[in-house]
Design a protein around this ligand. Structure first.
Ligand SMILES: C[S@@+](CC[C@H](N)C(=O)[O-])C[C@H]1O[C@@H](n2cnc3c(N)ncnc32)[C@H](O)[C@@H]1O
Length: 255
């Protein structure tokens, strides 16, 4: 592994992201959520199907998985692709190496400042990581390391979906308020409502497309996935159903 440090935004946001993904316990918790029967697992499975489909006529063998987390996507790409997996959390990179039985090149580094060569990769994946980063810098870096004709796949939570609107604009602010009131009233920390600081910045597809274009990529489409029940769990390319999908996958190409 190649250690690399670097800060990308405010210290607060950095701390929140590290608290969420930095420790071995956090990596194990995240991995378990992705594999259970809950909403995170359903989201991850729907997205993985789309990613594998987009890679089914492969642009070439070299794939870079940025913000790889515990490596579920990386392991699904083996042995068809040569995978380089990068994460700023050493615990995540280690979990990814373990899951892939050493068959990936795992790199510890930040996606805003990639310790990787120009024009090298046939496909770059940004799955669930843009939310935590300086997205404009990440697109420039992803575009730099993609070879001409290479494919970029970037997923984002869908900010317009009712579930997300309620979570971000109602539920989490109310929980923060409850914690603040409990702190002011002297309620002991272990009895206060849970922390909901996360460091996420969620962008609509239009903003992601603009960032991709500004970094020299050509947008090739957006697919929405994981619609809220009771809509059938198929993919959606537009219309009113799109706003009921909890995530979307952006595709771009380097000309
Ligand atoms: C929500 S998880 C996504 C993991 C995996 N891609 C997936 O889809 O399951 C976000 C991952 O991005 C990593 N991450 C967050 N900010 C990062 C940054 N600036 N540079 C590199 N990795 C980062 C976190 O450590 C975490 O492993």
């Amino acid at each position: 592994m190649h250690p690399k440090s670097g800060s990308f935004t405010s210290r607060d946001r950095d701390d929140q992201v590290l608290a969420q993904f930095g420790s071995p316990g956090a990596a194990a918790r995240y991995a378990a959520e992705q594999e259970g029967a809950g909403s995170s697992a359903r989201f991850a499975a729907a997205r993985r199907r789309l990613v594998l489909r987009a890679l089914s006529s492969p642009p070439g063998p070299e794939v870079l998985d940025l913000g790889c987390g515990p490596g579920q996507t990386a392991s699904a790409l083996l042995p068809r692709f040569r995978v380089t997996a990068l994460d700023r959390s050493p615990a995540m990179a280690e979990e990814c190496t373990r899951r892939c039985e050493g068959a990936v090149r795992a790199v510890v580094g930040t996606v805003e400042d990639l310790p990787l060569l120009d024009n090298h990769f046939d496909a770059v994946l940004l799955l669930g990581v843009l939310e935590y980063t300086d997205a404009a810098r990440v697109f420039h870096e992803a575009s730099r390391v993609l070879r001409s004709g290479g494919l970029l796949l970037a997923s984002m939570l869908n900010p317009g979906c009712p579930h997300r609107v309620v979570q971000l604009q109602v539920k989490w602010p109310l929980l923060r308020l409850a914690r603040a009131v409990e702190r002011a009233l002297g309620v002991p920390p272990e009895r206060r409502h849970g922390r909901v600081e996360h460091g996420m910045r969620i962008l609509p597809p239009r903003a992601v497309r603009d960032l991709a274009t500004a970094s020299g990529l050509v947008p090739a489409g957006v697919t929405y996935f994981d619609p809220m029940r009771p809509l059938p769990a198929r993919e959606i390319t537009g219309g009113w159903r799109a706003s009921w999908a909890t995530g979307y996958l952006f595709e771009g190409r380097k000309p």
